[in-house]
Design a protein around this ligand. Sequence first.
Ligand SMILES: Nc1ncnc2c1ncn2[C@@H]1O[C@H](COP(=O)(O)OP(=O)(O)OP(=O)(O)O)[C@@H](O)[C@H]1O
Length: 299
Amino acid sequence: MTLLLNQVKKRFGKHVAVNNLSLEIPANEMFGFLGGNGAGKTTTFRMILGLLDRTAGEITWNGSPINYETSSSIGYLPEERGLYPKLRVKEQIVYLARLRGMGKNEALKELEYWLERFKVPDYLNQKVEELSKGNQQKIQFISSVIHKPKLLILDEPFSGLDPINVEMLKEAVIDLKNEGTSIVFSSHRMEHVEELCENLCILQKGNPVVQGSLRQIKRSFGKKNLAIHADIALDFLKDFQGVVRYKQTPEGCLLQITSEAVSQEIFQALQGKGFVRKFALEEPSLQDIFIEKVGATYE
Ligand SMILES: Nc1ncnc2c1ncn2[C@@H]1O[C@H](COP(=O)(O)OP(=O)(O)OP(=O)(O)O)[C@@H](O)[C@H]1O
């Protein structure tokens, strides 16, 4: 069960929204899709789902194009949330599940499982409009997974959720992945992608500018971070050879350096100057990589 995108392109008039995008997402994979506003993430999802025609390229799921027959094995949480406000959770989710081929009792059992899991069992008979935005989002997430899809596409699944609900949803998607679901999700929050994904793609104005495994991307970035906590003046490190970026922190400084060897030289230079409480060489964060490759700050 693999999702394949081959040289996919989408043009709206003269504007190229997605350009030559190729991806391969196998089963048991959680793939992260990053990019600023208007980068082309939602457009890509809509093309995968067949909601939008491609200008060029191919998209297949398990070797076949995605169409009406395959759609019951796909789950989608769209960016624009929308449930029927006047309907009760039970009526609405069971209805949507039945559209995807589930029996009524099976759908109800599955819905009860998810409501229990999300610690909101009494929402079963509540109207959607009576729930908070974040809780409506949990219900919409349930509607995208109730039929146990093999491919799950989540557009900004964590936006608008409080930290406890973010954790709850993260655990749910990790379990679904481990059960064999291929998951693609977009996010503006790089720490979510960093935590959940082995592979990712960063889009910039429709172009894939960074793509591959998180580990490989971090390694090939070359630069590393060095965190130092010390009671001594550290600002001489601003001009130290191999230091690309110097940022003062409440406890010392955070440096971006060109190689591990530079950290050894800094370590030597600090000898005898005073007490160093922390000296930690770290991989660059995805945030660092994004800023360098895309050239923009990003939240
Ligand atoms: N139906 C459409 N007609 C014309 N242009 C469109 C249409 N849909 C999207 N676009 C344009 O395509 C580009 C990509 O939009 P898209 O919604 O895919 O971005 P995104 O990465 O999902 O952004 P965001 O993070 O803001 O949701 C944007 O420049 C947008 O204006």
